[in-house]
Design a protein. Sequence first.
Lengths: 884, 421
Amino acid sequence: MPEAQDTCSVKTTCPYCGVGCGVIATKDTGNNVTIKGDSKHPANLGRLCSKGSALGETVDLDNRLLTPVVDNQQVSWDEALNTVAQRFKTTIEQHGPESVAFYVSGQLLTEDYYVANKLMKGFIGTANIDTNSRLCMSSAVAGHKRAFGTDTVGPCYEDLEQADAIAIIGSNFAWCHPVLYQRIEAARKKNKTRVIVIDPRRTHSCDSADLHLAIKPGTDGILFNGLLSFLMKNDCLDKCFIDQHTEGFEQAIDMAMSSASDIDMVAHRCDLNVKDVTEFYTLFANTEKFISFFSMGINQSSSGVDKVNAIINTHLATGRIGRPGMGAFSITGQPNAMGGREVGGLASTLAAHMDFTDADISRVQRFWNSPLIASKEGLKAVDLFHNVREGKIKALWIMATNPAVSIPNAGAVDEAMKKCDFVVVSDCTRQTDTTRYADVLLPAQAWGEKSGTVTNSERRISRQRSFLPAAGDAMPDWWIICKVAERMGFKDGFGFSSEAAIFREHAALSGFENEGQRDFDISGLADIDDVEYELLPPMQWPINRDNPKGTQRLLQNGRFYTMSGKARFVPVQPRLPVETTGVRFPLVLNTGRVRDQWHTMTRTAKSQRLSRHIREPFVQCHPKTARAHGLVHGQLTHIESKWGSVLVRTDITERQRKGELFIPLHWNDQYSARARVDAVVNPHVDPISGQPEFKHTPVMAKPVLHSWFGFMLSRKEYKLDCTYWTKLREADNWRYEFSDSEAHDLAWFKKHLLNGRDYEWVEFTDEINEVNRYLWFDESGLQGCVFTAAEYEKLPSREWLSTQFTEFELPWKHRVRMLAGENDSNKTDCGEVICSCFNVGKKTILEFIRNSTSANVEEIGEQLRAGTNCGSCRPELKCLIKEA
Amino acid sequence: MTATRKNLLIIGNGMTTTRFLEQMIKHGKGGYDISVFGDEPHAGYNRILLSPLLSGEQQLEDIITHPQDWYRDNDIKLFTQTRINAIDTAAKTVTDASGKTYPFDALVIAIGSQPYLPDLPGNMLDGVFTYRTIDDVNAMQDLIPGARHAVVIGGGLLGLEVAHGLNTQGLDVTVCHRGPVLMERQLDIISSGYLQTSLESRGIVIRTEANTVGLAGDGNVNKVILDDGTELAADIVVFAVGIRPSIELAMAAGLDCDKGIVVNDQMQGSVPGIAALGECAQHRGQTYGLVAPLYEQAEVCARYLCGDNNASYHGSVLATSLKVTGIKLFSAGQFNEEKGCQVMQLKDPYNFLYRKLVFRQRQLVGALLLGDVTAASWYRDLIEAGEVLEHISEQMIYGEPGASKQVVEPVQDAMADANHA
């Protein structure tokens, strides 16, 4: 059929979390992209979450960086590459290799990552290349290395389905790794798998759990030392495994017994009740197939590495490792965090799971034929930016990440980049909080354009394939890096003709003088040709002569990668977070993700579907905390630490523990006036991993009582100038919520919201209710509306108003109805969108539940379709059933 | 049947009279023989429709509401072109211009008002008009074929109607208005601005704060002179700067008069048996120029004369609901902002839609609607009731709760259903 030539379907991999789901992307003649889950991909078996399902809405060219830019001038690639090469070269000549750094990303593909790492460590000769994965799972890396000798993630996703019990530790996986959540939920129907969630917050992951331990933040080390003690006292140890396959048990158990031998004491220190702790410990003791699934709640801590080892210790002590349905399972947050670890993209590793030992340095140098190789660890993310700020690093190249938003004490990061002599940013997005500091902007290809491999949390290497033409002058990151390397004079190591060529070298390095000594070995792929690379199916490493089809599980047979071949117990002396609350900063701030946004929103915020789940940056707090601090639901709260402040909407909920706050990490200066939470977060890091303590910052909170509130719907994007604003994408318009205390009228709006341009206006003003409403038009029709009121609650529903933007021509009668905020039928106002896939709102669902005698998630699915596609909203549906 | 029928005489044959007659018929005439004296040659006609008559949009027969036959059919004597010059209250007679006297048992004075002709140089030149009667319209129409420029002095309701009529006839029309606000008794500065834009879009030139100091011409007027020295070419000049209640006849007869003929709640004057209605009457200190209150007065008076002693008039809220040159207007109460009041308003200048509600101490005290007047009666009722409103929702601007919020599109039709008397 002729149409078939005009559409193309490509199997690729989702670019969001570390689950690494297979995606089939289909592009039609109009360049519209439809997305569905790849039922053949072992990570997701056809499932996708709300974010993955909406990928087709994020591939437009709005805010894309399309050409190289030097000093705010569009330039040719030649000029841009020469500028970058020249500046790095002269900086190194004048100040030495330590004066330059790369800050890279788990969004890079393995091939990009490989050449970046090779250039910095093997040719410039310093290890000053670190990655945003530092912020995400470097504690897990360090914990693994201490316990196993290598950064080895043993289990696989199938183990989650085969386990009899799973502890979800420091993870809201229902929102952050929804496909794994669904796989577990599906398995539970058959296996009755018990699920325990250990998290200070009662997240949606807790909604279907058998037990939730709302642990006091930072006390996980005590809880798991307590578990180790409990296992000892109750004679639940696998003494045989301990004897034959581990070392260091005595010191570890001594430390556990001395710090947490007594359940009452553990419960008290973790602020849990004894019964719940006992239930958890007993379940662990009695369940052979037990998985400890952990994520950022463990890793993002000043004692994160110890916490990882406290968890691993319990598995070593019971011998529950390397067998189906069991193990300590670190889940990563980024699509290629694992790939970054494999190439050595962290400042603390060298390459291909090799470290800075003399033997490894020599080996890698010989393999790379490198003129000057880094001989010691480089600067880790927080330190790296500290050195930039101190002026020690004079040239910085940031790739595919947004440190101005994501690094703690973000104000200091701003300052560092402002002061830095030379900042290069390669990215696909034009306007981010980071690009504003760039001297050079290099346009990188985005997901859908670029091609390469990624590795997911179960060591599975999958191809990301290209199905869209490159936007503008955008090039692959590996090409950009190699071209700069060549212009810096490193002609020999970077003459790659394709990503496949890079992959082959990477695979060859992994097998170079390996002899089974290093876990990471994909030498079985070192000789694949370009076609085999193109067709590469998802495979789990190691992939070598012994395991040509890959390896499902590692750490089997009790063999580890330490000198002795035994796993190491690590004695853990639990440490509490560095900063403690006090009179000035009495509350604890926690940060994390929400369901439908990703990182700094550069892509997910393009999707109107995803923007409708949670529309504004918020702070969650317990009702009693709210009362004590005068915070009002729906009003704004100012949160301040020693490092900075944010202004966000207040959400009062019993899901939070008393005295603790939660703010999502996504919002930034592109989407809100002052919601960059990492400006507030403390910069303390784990002494071993260098991972920041994102989950625990003492803060104060106070209500901000603005004299008026408003929202604006507009076809055009505007830069607002008022105390509070936030922006989100809707189907045919942008939506801004805002408030202020400065007196306002139409002239004020024109100045502060619309940058002075005049239009045809329709106005409604009401001095009694202090309500103002404006519509504006140009020759082509409706352009926008602004509604303000002295009380937030007096603002009408935005849903119906947004629907008025579907057409430009607004029948003039509708003008008046728009001003009235009128809602013709309740159906159009479905409230906050719970099911992003089918656009089903909270009001619709609640109404359905109330009208039904026996509503359950399945029935809601049958009748309203909610929850039947990606399933990410199913926990929320359960909640709504309870609520109704 | 009694041998002694009573005589009811009515002086004046305007719209108040015809409504009064309808009400007398409806209530059985109270045993009166009824005679009506009008000084115009025509039977009952709708004075409101003089503007479409002037513009040519309607013909004379279209605006006659009560032809001679109607009077005859209802057994009412109509004396056209009969001006009553005197009332003898003692003898209970009236005398016409020819000296003929007519006895009465009851008398109703409904002679309306006269247009005000300012004492300006040149005001007696040919081509200078006031605007009240069919004769005025006919005289203007005689001049239209040879005329090019018309100047209307006065930007009130009547002035704008005349301007529209003359503009439709193809003349270049300029309206000179003394104040900054057109129709200042019905509009505020914003709605006046909308109206001005609308009229200007039809080719009418509006000059506000334009003070006329004189007219000039040679036999026929040819220009209007303003106080800033501007001279405006003018072949026709129409004065529409206000009306004066006609009270001379009543004063001469010894009735109490102030601005108008003073009447009580039954519309009876200070002399028993003599009532006054319409623009010439003054009730509770107030005279009215719009048709709605006059109709109310006519009904009260008719019921009273037909024996209903409970019939009583309590005055009308000054509400104007009218339509100027196709644009609907309504205003009532104190619709201008004053200290201590709070305003709710909706402005859509591109659709000539304007709504304004004025509140004082949580009472609705004024309303002004332009373009769409569907909610007018609700607002008028609220203003009349004067109640303190517990809850004032911003939705009030869209009319009565429960009523459709759909505003009626302002139909730009030619048929002016305005109801100024």
